[in-house]
Ligand binder design. Structure first.
Ligand SMILES: *Cc1c(COP(=O)(O)O)cnc(C)c1O
Length: 366
């Protein structure tokens, strides 16, 4: 079976370093936050070309606290896309604010920048562009609109560690940026984890207080608080993996380039990549109008695949009260019926990519 990731294989490459890094956490008992998390925060901020990083227990928690740090809550509106993992929209909801969902562009499947202005109302406070699949959104026009209309920009960079836009890293392209270290993400912890990067020291300080029960000092709960701390062990693991992320990212890009090359003359369309973007291929996606049959064919041939994501957020039952209906976001609704994510990860072998492409070509001839 060709899988969608090989986390045990990745662990084997770094086993000794990981064990050496987590041992001191266990010996010292610094399981919640602690020095490993502090060091990771500094190193991750530097990696993202950002001044601060605040470690959390998940990306979702990070997005929640980023919104709260900016004072966003009930009565406010936040613009984002429906073509994303549900967490983006859930975090807006946690604050009491209303998510306003807009469509994607049909080539890159990222936020359609031309639709932002039309979605702005006097209640709008922020825009959350989602760098889906590892490709940055077109940030210059987004930041230009935000500046002119006095809105905040919070990047959802959960899938885009190390991705770049015009030479600038994701995590430094807006006011704040949320990252996920869920095990399957490009930089994955050994469990849950997340972080928010920002150049704004005040936001960072607020998030540090809120993730740790709102304490300005121990047992003085002066602020609303949450239990959103990053584990010491995750900090230690992520510090080791951060030293490998550039190499692993280049391997992802190489595998994506193999697919691009081998599929160049095929009828499978892939999302366009902006010329000045560094796409980090959290997912390598193709479009097909026979998705269900193709996915079954791949499974029968021992090839795993994924759909990211089959039901857009605006059509999910739990968000029915937002009032969207089928037909409201036509590009999103069309794309989610057609997309299929192929195996694309650092440990994937050249022969395996060729096997996947052979199967795709065989399917075309059926
Ligand atoms: C994974 C993900 C999140 C949430 O991160 P968690 O660490 O799982 O909470 C948010 N947004 C997007 C786009 C994601 O892919």
């Amino acid at each position: 079976m060709i899988g969608m990731s090989d986390l045990p294989g990745q662990f084997e490459q770094i086993r000794d370093e990981i064990l050496a890094a987590i041992l001191p956490v266990m010996e010292s008992g610094a399981f919640a936050l602690g020095p490993a998390v502090g060091s990771f925060e500094k190193e991750f901020a530097a990696y993202c070309h950002s001044k601060e990083a605040v470690g959390m227990n998940s990306g979702t928690s990070g997005l929640h606290l980023a919104l709260l740090a900016a004072g966003i809550g009930e009565g406010d509106e936040v613009i984002t896309v429906s073509h994303t993992f549900v967490a983006t929209v859930a975090a807006i909801r946690y604050t009491g604010a209303t998510p306003v969902l807009i469509d994607i562009d049909p080539d890159m499947y990222l936020m359609d920048v031309s639709l932002i202005e039309g979605a702005i109302t006097p209640k709008t406070r922020a825009i959350i562009p989602v760098h889906l699949y590892g490709q940055p959104c077109d940030m210059d026009p987004i930041n230009e609109i935000a500046k002119r209309r006095n809105l905040l920009v919070i990047e959802d960079a959960a899938q885009s560690h190390g991705a770049e836009y015009k030479g600038r890293r994701c995590g430094s392209l807006g006011d704040m940026a949320e990252f996920s270290f869920y095990p399957g993400k490009n930089l994955g912890a050994f469990g849950e984890g997340g972080a928010v990067t920002t150049d704004n020291a005040e936001y960072a300080e607020k998030m540090r207080i809120m993730r740790h029960w709102g304490q300005s000092k121990r047992y003085h709960h002066d602020h609303p608080g949450y239990n959103y701390r990053m584990d010491g062990i995750q900090g230690a693991v992520l510090r080791v993996k951060l030293r490998y992320i550039e190499g692993w990212t280049e391997l992802r890009r190489e595998r994506a380039a193999w697919y691009d090359d081998l599929l160049a003359d095929s009828p499978y369309k892939t999302p366009a990549v902006m010329p000045d973007a560094r796409h980090v291929y959290h997912q390598y996606v193709i479009e097909t109008d026979r998705r269900r049959e193709l996915q079954e064919f791949l499974t029968v041939n021992g090839i795993d695949s994924g759909i990211h994501y089959p039901i857009p957020v605006h059509l999910q039952k739990t968000y029915a009260d937002l009032g969207y209906k089928k037909g409201d976001l036509p590009v999103t609704e069309r794309v989610v019926e057609r997309i299929l994510s192929l195996p694309c990860f650092p440990e994937l072998k050249r022969e395996e990519v060729e096997t996947v492409v052979d199967a795709l070509n065989k399917f075309q001839r059926l």
